[in-house]
Design a protein around this ligand. Structure first.
Ligand SMILES: Nc1ncnc2c1ncn2[C@@H]1O[C@H](COP(=O)(O)OP(=O)(O)OP(=O)(O)O)[C@@H](O)[C@H]1O
Length: 251
């Protein structure tokens, strides 16, 4: 039976969950002040779900994404990514776990300006030790899939914002991660490119059984997601279903 739209937990077996977050707290101490950036957050995300985390500035969205990636220790609570308690991993194991499982998409694209589009997309495979001809082959296929085949030799500055973000998405996909974290992926895009980026993310989640977690302050763009988690003052205050369900696979 489908869980109700507002459910943060599902009755899904743990093996089918991408994320299990339980009573997660992250406090920051600045002088004598304690900031409760995350104040007891709990939710599940199923494998293949596209989820948006929304909230106003300072609500705790980036802190939550950092926690889900194991980039900072929690004050208390549990984060399991594909059933691995990431607090139990040491720094070296965390780096390896991220390399094997997580792709990142950034607001400012984080492309290397001196490298061509093809070389930028290849980078995660360089870190994985894949040989140059296989890297080039995989990157060429992805550039083709994302409609960037005519830009392989271009530098990022020779591409539009939308094209740069597609490049960022190709780079996030090339190592075949099981989950993708996107932090304000449309923050630097015009509204048309933003919508195209969201359609692309929706299509990736639907087609490849990839889980996507996207942080955005844009409540309209969040409607492309399967579920939307609303954060306020470090608390999960609402869970809803995205209302934009146009069949992106047909495009
Ligand atoms: N390293 C830090 N040290 C102290 N306080 C921090 C730190 N990082 C975040 N905070 C505080 O924690 C709260 C949540 O910040 P966070 O960056 O997660 O919010 P956000 O929702 O991502 O905001 P924005 O949309 O503006 O990026 C804020 O009050 C912020 O000032």
């Amino acid at each position: 039976m489908e869980p109700p739209a507002g459910a943060a937990y599902t009755d899904t077996p743990a093996a089918d969950l991408a994320l299990q977050v339980r009573s997660l707290y992250r406090y920051y101490q600045t002088g004598t002040t304690v900031v409760r950036a995350l104040d007891g957050v709990s939710f599940d995300v199923k494998v293949g779900e596209f989820c948006a985390i929304v909230g106003t500035s300072g609500s705790g969205k980036s802190t939550l994404l950092n926690q889900l990636a194991g980039l900072e220790p929690a004050t208390a609570g549990i984060v399991r990514v594909f059933n691995r308690d990431i607090a139990a991993l040491n720094e070296r194991e965390l780096v390896e776990f991220r390399l094997q499982n997580i792709g990142f998409i950034f607001q400012s694209f984080n492309l290397i300006k001196s490298l061509t589009a093809l070389e930028n997309v290849c980078l995660p495979l360089v870190f994985k030790g894949v040989n140059p001809s296989l890297r080039k082959k995989a990157a060429t296929v992805l550039l083709q899939q994302l409609g960037l085949q005519n830009h392989a030799g271009h530098l990022p500055t020779q591409l539009s914002g939308g094209q740069q973000q597609r490049l960022g998405i190709a780079r996030a996909l090339i190592a075949n991660p099981r989950i993708i974290y996107a932090d304000e992926p449309t923050g630097n895009l015009d509204s048309k490119s933003a919508q195209e980026t969201l359609k692309l993310l929706k299509k990736i989640a639907a087609a490849g059984n990839k889980t996507i977690i996207m942080v955005t302050h844009d409540e309209h763009l969040a409607q492309y997601a399967d579920r939307i988690f609303k954060i306020s003052d470090g608390k999960l205050v609402a869970v809803s279903r995205g209302t934009i369900s146009d069949n992106v696979n047909k495009q």
